[in-house]
Design a protein around this ligand. Structure first.
Ligand SMILES: Cc1cc2nc3c(=O)[nH]c(=O)nc-3n(C[C@H](O)[C@H](O)[C@H](O)COP(=O)(O)OP(=O)(O)OC[C@H]3O[C@@H](n4cnc5c(N)ncnc54)[C@H](O)[C@@H]3O)c2cc1C
Length: 370
């Protein structure tokens, strides 16, 4: 009999899981409480960075390399433009976590990269003004994904391969039913052989014993004050700045509606239902302070801000494993604020895991570790 799978949550991870399962002939029911892509979770805001010299751990590199292939394949399948290569600059002190980690990954995996001095960065990418004490790792393959278009493409293609996708239908209850599962929504009761949880920021309430937490993050869009041509995608790569040990901000070139910049972490603990979605003036001014130091040309009019949610594991890595008590349930995410780029490859990995009842991945960054 054909294997049947319920995917709960159809954001970045769930849309990719649904697509890869449906493509393999699995009977898929996908359920989401909203209509993805939507702005209430973790997968909105016009742009996501993809990069290869992964400073967080070299074990991510093969996965991101597979993700690149799958994003490009999805562009062909869907006819949508999803990925734009701009190159990427990681800026920090030579001994910083990010610079040291990126060089380690680049060396272990023989990745194309250059090490630049601060003055070389200023000359080559005039939007960026690092201090003399900083150096940069430049990676030519880094770029920008369009998150809403990526989620929409995965969902559309999942539907084309026969997945049943129900939006505005939150799962209210679930239970293990022998080897299978049963879920209850306001519209019905469904059973299947397997279930995959792709719940993003809603996961901690489903797994209260796990030490996961949700963090409020703000994305800001500013208008260049001068030299707007320095911010166009052909002159300006994506950038991440470790401005103090363990403190990061990142940004993009101008993609049509202003230049997006944001802090990485440093947000307050929150829950998706009650998070403060209004952004205060002091938050805008704190971001502007960083721009004045590192991208002074961007100290122009503030355009808008949006709140987004990170779901964090204590060590900043991912969780992708079987439910501790119910092996027929796979838990996919959290991704500690850096998972989007991998979602195409995670969808494939999860689909294979579900079909073969075997998970093959590096447990140092994906398995239960607590
Ligand atoms: C500001 C910001 C910037 C980021 N930048 C980057 C970046 O540059 N590069 C990168 O790789 N990653 C980045 N990330 C991380 C990345 O975007 C996330 O890891 C990823 O989007 C998480 O996807 P998800 O599928 O886990 O969550 P989501 O996409 O939020 O999906 C979860 C889904 O579950 C649904 N759901 C919840 N409860 C239920 C229920 N009971 N029943 C049915 N459905 C339910 C929700 O409606 C939602 O659609 C960033 C994240 C943020 C917030």
């Amino acid at each position: 009999m054909t294997l049947s799978v319920i995917v709960v949550g159809l954001g970045a991870m769930g849309s990719a899981v649904a697509f890869h399962l449906a493509r393999r002939g699995v009977r898929v029911l996908g359920l989401d409480r909203f209509t993805p892509p939507h702005p209430f979770g973790s997968s909105h805001g016009e742009s996501r960075i993809i990069r290869e010299a992964y400073f967080e751990h070299p074990a991510y590199v093969p996965l991101v390399q597979r993700a690149y292939e799958l994003w490009q394949e999805m562009e062909i399948l869907s006819g949508e433009s999803l990925l734009r290569i701009t190159g990427g600059v990681l800026l920090g002190a030579p001994e910083s976590e990010m610079i040291a980690g990126a060089l380690r990954s680049a060396q272990i995996h023989s990745l194309a990269h250059e090490v630049l001095t601060a003055s070389e960065v200023r000359k080559r990418f005039p939007a960026l003004h690092p201090p003399e004490t900083f150096i940069a790792v430049y990676e030519p393959r880094a770029g920008v994904l369009r998150p809403e278009a990526c989620v929409a493409a995965h969902l559309r293609m999942a539907g084309r391969y026969g997945a049943a996708l129900h939006f505005e239908e939150p799962v209210r209850e679930w239970r293990a039913d022998g080897d299978g599962v049963e879920v209850v929504t306001d519209r019905g009761r469904y059973s299947a052989d397997r279930m995959v949880w792709c719940l993003g920021a809603w996961l901690p309430t489903w797994l209260p014993a796990a030490p996961l937490w949700v963090e409020r993050q703000v994305m800001f869009w500013f208008c260049p004050a001068r030299d707007a041509e320095h911010f166009t995608p052909d002159r300006c790569p994506i950038y991440i700045v470790e401005f103090a040990p363990g403190d990061f901000f990142y940004g993009f070139p101008e993609l049509g509606k202003g230049v997006k910049v944001a802090r990485h972490h440093g947000g307050t603990r929150c829950a998706p239902e009650t998070v403060q979605r209004v952004v205060g003036e002091e938050e805008v001014e704190a971001m502007r302070g960083l721009l004045q130091r590192f991208l002074p040309g961007l100290d122009g009019p503030f355009m808008r801000a949006e709140v987004c949610l990170y779901t964090n594991a204590p060590d900043g890595h991912f969780l992708l494993d079987r439910h501790p008590e119910h092996p027929q349930v796979l838990v996919v995410s959290p991704c500690s604020g850096h998972g989007f780029k991998f979602s195409s490859a995670i969808g494939e990995l999860v689909a294979e895991a579900v079909r073969n009842d075997a998970i093959r991945y590096d447990r140092t960054i994906f398995g239960w570790r607590w």
